[in-house]
Ligand binder design. Structure first.
Ligand SMILES: NC(=O)c1ccc[n+]([C@@H]2O[C@H](COP(=O)([O-])OP(=O)(O)OC[C@H]3O[C@@H](n4cnc5c(N)ncnc54)[C@H](O)[C@@H]3O)[C@@H](O)[C@H]2O)c1
Length: 352
């Protein structure tokens, strides 16, 4: 691999400009060598802001002309599969935004194509590197709350009320797997699996109550995990001021990852004395709150992108390869199926 990892970005809209390109800009051993987007305004705005001169309207042309090590795909949900195939064919490693695809079948063919080509397919779940969620995972793994029995997660914001869901935009159409559940809850579906393991079955109700879009703006899903735990996963696209909360209940304690990034926890006094975080502690029978600046440094990486680049350099697999992306997509797809049919839906792709 060359000294500087050569990355190309396909899709230069919202998330590429706010989260992907800024992360690469922070890394000395990475260069973004080219961008592709058919929208000239998005392409040129991103190119000028991040100093990328080589710009293409067509990603196939970019892949044919440039020497690229890895491609980062930030296109709309229904436009992930084609560029992933093209990048894999060109021998590039691929990082793709969530959800991996709009169908399980597409996700499976993407995973198989990457495997056959010997390239790495990573699906980006940025919350896996947020301090609060990492600390929660660490405490769960250390046994701080004992056996996980119940999880509740909610993500909501007012994005469904914005112009980005107008009929001509991709977020309007449910065929693009654009709803509050697929756009927001898919993050927590991933975290819940991380905390409690594979999901056995789900049942859900989704509705479009307020927003001018085809997809759901409010949805609630019940989950049964293979280990017997139960969960509730909620999304709302008309929520003010917005929330991002994950609660995990065990037989020895409780963890609440709060919207402001703080971690509230309660652990029995025996467990409290064993907490693997120096200097935290407390009386042992009261709620404790750890603001972000008092949460321990669990990961060596500040961001998913830093982890991804490290994986490419060392040959380590990413924490969320294509199979993890398919597993969280499966929860979303099954929840929609349940909501449409009014029944529980059993899952098949949680283990790989
Ligand atoms: N992780 C997160 O928190 C998060 C947040 C927002 C969006 N996303 C995901 O990121 C993806 C993009 O979302 P967004 O908000 O940036 O959307 P967006 O509409 O702002 O940007 C998408 C860009 O892709 C471009 N595009 C469309 N077809 C293309 C093609 N054939 N080749 C190259 N570019 C093409 C569009 O012109 C646009 O610039 C979606 O899958 C979405 O679910 C993730």
């Amino acid at each position: 691999m060359p000294k500087k990892l050569r990355i190309a970005v396909i899709g230069c809209g919202g998330i590429a400009v706010t989260h992907h390109l800024p992360r690469y800009e922070e890394m000395a051993d990475v260069t973004v060598i080219a961008l592709a987007d058919p929208d000239p305004q998005h392409l040129n705005t991103a190119g000028e802001r991040f100093g990328v001169a080589r710009r293409y309207a067509n990603y196939e042309e970019m892949l044919a002309r440039e020497e690229i090590d890895a491609v980062d795909i930030c296109t709309p949900n229904h436009l992930h599969t084609a560029p992933v195939f093209a990048a894999v064919r060109a021998g590039c490693h691929v990082l793709c935004q969530k959800p991996i695809a709009t169908t399980i079948e597409d996700a499976t063919t993407m995973i198989e194509a990457a495997r056959a080509a010997g390239v790495v397919l990573g699906i980006i779940y940025m919350q896996r590197f947020m301090k609060c969620y990492l600390t929660a995972k660490h405490l769960i793994d250390c046994g701080t709350i004992g056996r996980v029995t119940f999880l509740r997660a909610r993500m909501g914001h007012a994005g469904g009320l914005s112009a980005s869901v107008a009929p001509e935009r991709w977020r309007h159409s449910f065929a693009n797997l654009a709803g509050s559940f697929s756009l927001l809850a898919v993050h927590h579906a991933d975290l819940m699996r991380w905390y409690a393991g594979p999901v056995k079955q789900v049942a859900a109700i989704g509705k479009t109550l307020v927003c001018s879009m085809e997809g759901d703006d409010n949805m609630a899903c019940l989950l049964e995990f293979e280990n017997g735990a139960v969960g509730v996963l909620e999304s709302c696209y008309n929520e003010r001021p917005g929330s991002n909360v994950v609660e995990v209940y065990g037989d020895l304690g409780t963890l609440v990852c709060q919207t402001d990034g703080s971690l509230r926890y309660f652990a029995t006094s025996e467990v409290e004395t064993m907490l693997p975080m120096g200097g935290v502690g407390g009386e042992g029978t009261e709620w404790q709150v750890l603001p972000p600046d008092r949460q321990p440094a669990i990961s060596d990486f500040e961001s998913y992108h830093a982890h991804w680049v490290h994986c490419l350099r060392t040959g380590r697999p990413p924490v969320t390869p294509g199979e993890e992306g398919r597993a969280s997509l499966e929860i979303v797809v099954a929840a929609y199926e349940s909501s449409a049919g009014g029944r529980f839906v059993a899952l098949r792709h949680q283990r790989w």
